[in-house]
Design a protein around this ligand. Structure first.
Ligand SMILES: [Zn+2]
Length: 355
């Protein structure tokens, strides 16, 4: 199921489908297809919440209520349990949910607290295997970000950061902070973020509903080099100016944030994202929890193209912002930039882009 707006003109369809994409805000649990969740529930003998099926597991109309969305997310997370499960959901997310949409590179958000009782190492091993197979089969590259759960305690977050550092592998680039902002204000987690910085991990955090001063907290107290969502930055001209000057990336997710009434008023106009782009902020586009919100990487670009009248130039600029915003090293960034520029040039020339 996809959300309105659906039909764009054929030229827009050609552009959004062929556009190379860089995915910096996609949660592993939130990217699992409903049919896979039903399969895994059967495998582990779990009774899905009132006998839900693949057809009615995701009811995105109900996600204006964040708690309802997080409840469904917990159900999904609870059936992903062994390394084979993590391999499968990672592979599917990166191939059908990534490479098939010309996603060249993804930094995957993991949520270890969303899989109660599963050892961290099991998660990492399964995800890593899925990443490698997906790259072999489709060429998509990926890395990991470990998300701290702000519904949990500051001590639990610190413990997770210690675990990440103890089991450090090159593919884990940094940490994030997600779940309910109303429950867990960013400053509560300063110790976990400081420890992550000392351990050489990059840092980002969600600020979807939070006021502009939360962005200052993210940058100055938590040491974040990116902001996830961050729509309220445009309410504060001074903070906007600072983020423009420092080229702070904002990983915006049009469709999911519109449903939650965060990036706009739920009417598909995506006005806050337009304001952010017009202000000169470094905006990147991704899908957050794609099947749960009835979207996919192509559809989020389509939604912006239809709502804001964006064509190839504007959409390609968002992709190149994504290239600039990754946590890859300089060599890998240059290689990614070359791939993206070649595909954009092909699209502009009317050739079929080759990933
Ligand atoms: Zn998110």
């Amino acid at each position: 199921m996809t959300l309105a707006p659906t039909a764009a003109d054929p030229e827009i369809e050609r552009i959004v489908a062929g556009l190379p994409k860089v995915s910096l805000h996609c949660h592993l649990i939130g990217s699992v297809q409903a049919t896979t969740i039903v399969d895994l529930a059967r495998k582990h003998g779990v009774d899905l919440d009132g006998g839900r099926t693949a057809d009615n597991l995701f009811d995105h109309a109900s996600y204006e209520d964040l708690d309802e969305f997080l409840r469904v997310l917990d159900v999904a997370g609870s059936v992903i349990r062994d390394a084979d499960d993590f391999h499968r959901v990672t592979y599917e997310s990166l191939t059908d949910g990534g490479a098939a949409h010309n996603v060249l590179y993804r930094e995957i958000f993991l949520s270890p607290p969303g899989h109660p009782g599963v050892p961290y190492r099991t998660i990492i091993d399964g995800v890593l295997a899925g990443m490698r197979d997906a790259e072999t089969d489709t060429g998509i590259q990926s890395r990991m970000i470990v998300g701290l759960n702000r519904n949990g305690s500051a001590a639990a977050a610190l413990e997770l950061v210690d675990t990440v550092i103890e089991h450090r592998i090159d593919e884990v680039l940094g940490i994030g902070l997600d779940y309910s902002e109303a429950v867990g204000p960013p400053e509560k987690f300063w110790k976990a973020f400081r420890r992550a910085g000392e351990g050489g991990l990059e840092r980002t955090a969600h600020s979807e509903s939070g006021p502009p001063h939360h962005i200052e907290t993210l940058l100055d107290l938590l040491g974040c080099s990116r902001v996830d969502h961050g729509y309220h930055v445009v309410d504060d001209p001074e903070m906007t100016r600072r983020c423009v000057e420092e080229r702070i990336p904002f990983t915006c997710t049009p469709v999911s944030s519109d449903i939650g009434r965060y990036s706009g008023s739920g009417d598909g106009t995506h006005l806050r994202i337009k304001q952010m782009v017009d202000a000169g902020l470094l905006v990147t586009i991704d899908s957050d929890d794609p099947p749960m919100f009835g979207t996919d990487p192509t559809h989020d670009f389509r939604a912006l193209a239809v709502a804001l009248g964006y064509g190839l130039d504007e959409l390609a600029a968002l992709t190149m912002n994504g290239v600039e915003a990754t946590w890859l090293d300089a060599t890998d960034t240059r290689a990614l930039e070359r791939r993206a520029r070649t595909m954009i040039a092909d699209l502009a020339a009317g050739r079929k882009a080759q990933a």
